[in-house]
Design a protein around this ligand. Structure first.
Ligand SMILES: CC(C)(COP(=O)(O)OP(=O)(O)OC[C@H]1O[C@@H](n2cnc3c(N)ncnc32)[C@H](O)[C@@H]1OP(=O)(O)O)[C@@H](O)C(=O)NCCC(=O)NCCS
Length: 179
C-alpha cells in the first residue's frame, strides 16, 4: 500500500518533492532556527543540505514506509511546508510529522494537510489509527492536531531529542485519532 503521489485539498496540492524544490525549501523553512526549534535537525546552512533532503524525500517514495509531500499553495505556487506520512510495520497504524513555511504559519495550511492525510489513511481498509507527537512546548503543533480532530492521549517522557533546544531528550505529547 502506498499513498498517492498527489492529494488535492481546497487550497493545497500535496505533491511528491522534486530536486528543483530545494531552493524554495531552504528559503521557506529549512534555514530558519525559528522553524527547527522543536525538530530533530539543525537549520540548513546551505541549499546543498536542502538538496540532500529532497533526494532522501524522493527516494523515500521507492520504499514502503516514508512518504513526504510538499504542500503547494494552488493559488500562488508557493510552498506552505512539508508533511511526511509514515506507514508502520503494523498495517493498522500511520504516523506523521510536518514542517511549515515560516511566512505561511497561522493560515491553516498544515491543519488542511493533516486533515487530508487522515482522510486518506481512513479510506484504507487496514488503517484505523493515526498518531503523531509534539514537544510539550510546541503549542502551534498541538493546535494543528487538535484542529484536525486528534486527541491528546498522554505524555511521553523523554521521548525525543530536539538538539536546537538542548541535548537532553524532551517530553512530548502523543495525539491520535482512530476510526
Ligand atoms: C506547527 C506548524 C507546522 C503549524 O503550521 P501552520 O500552517 O501554521 O498551522 P495552522 O495555521 O493550521 O495552525 C497553527 C496554530 O498555531 C497557532 N500559532 C501559530 N503561530 C504561533 C505562535 N508563534 N505561537 C503560538 N501559536 C501559534 C495558530 O494561531 C494556529 O492555531 P489557531 O488556529 O488556534 O489560532 C508550524 O508552526 C511549524 O512549522 N512549526 C515549526 C516546525 C514544527 O514544530 N513542526 C512540528 C513538529 S511536532
Amino acid at each position: 500500500m502506498k499513498p498517492p503521489e498527489q492529494i488535492e485539498t481546497e487550497r493545497l496540492l500535496l505533491r511528491k518533492p522534486r530536486m528543483d524544490d530545494a531552493p524554495a525549501v531552504f528559503n521557506s523553512w529549512a534555514k530558519y532556527p525559528e522553524v527547527t526549534r522543536f525538530l530533530t535537525w539543525h537549520p540548513h546552512q546551505s541549499i546543498e543540505q536542502s538538496e540532500a533532503l529532497m533526494k532522501r524525500s524522493i527516494d523515500g517514495w521507492d520504499g514502503d514506509t516514508n512518504f513526504r509531500y510538499l504542500l503547494e499553495i494552488k493559488e500562488s505556487g508557493a510552498l506552505a511546508g512539508m508533511i511526511e506520512l509514515r506507514l508502520e510495520k503494523e498495517p493498522f497504524k500511520m504516523s506523521f510529522g510536518y514542517t511549515g513555511a515560516y511566512a505561511q504559519w497561522g493560515k491553516g495550511y498544515m491543519t488542511e494537510a493533516v486533515r487530508a492525510s487522515i482522510d486518506w489513511a481512513f479510506q484504507q481498509p487496514d488503517i484505523c489509527r493515526v498518531y503523531a507527537t509534539a514537544d510539550v512546548e510546541n503549542i502551534p503543533s498541538q493546535r494543528v492536531m487538535e484542529k484536525a480532530g486528534m486527541q491528546r492521549e498522554g505524555l511521553l517522557r523523554k521521548e525525543s531529542t530536539h538538539p536546537n533546544i538542548s541535548p537532553e531528550p524532551r517530553d512530548c505529547y502523543i495525539y491520535a485519532v482512530v476510526k
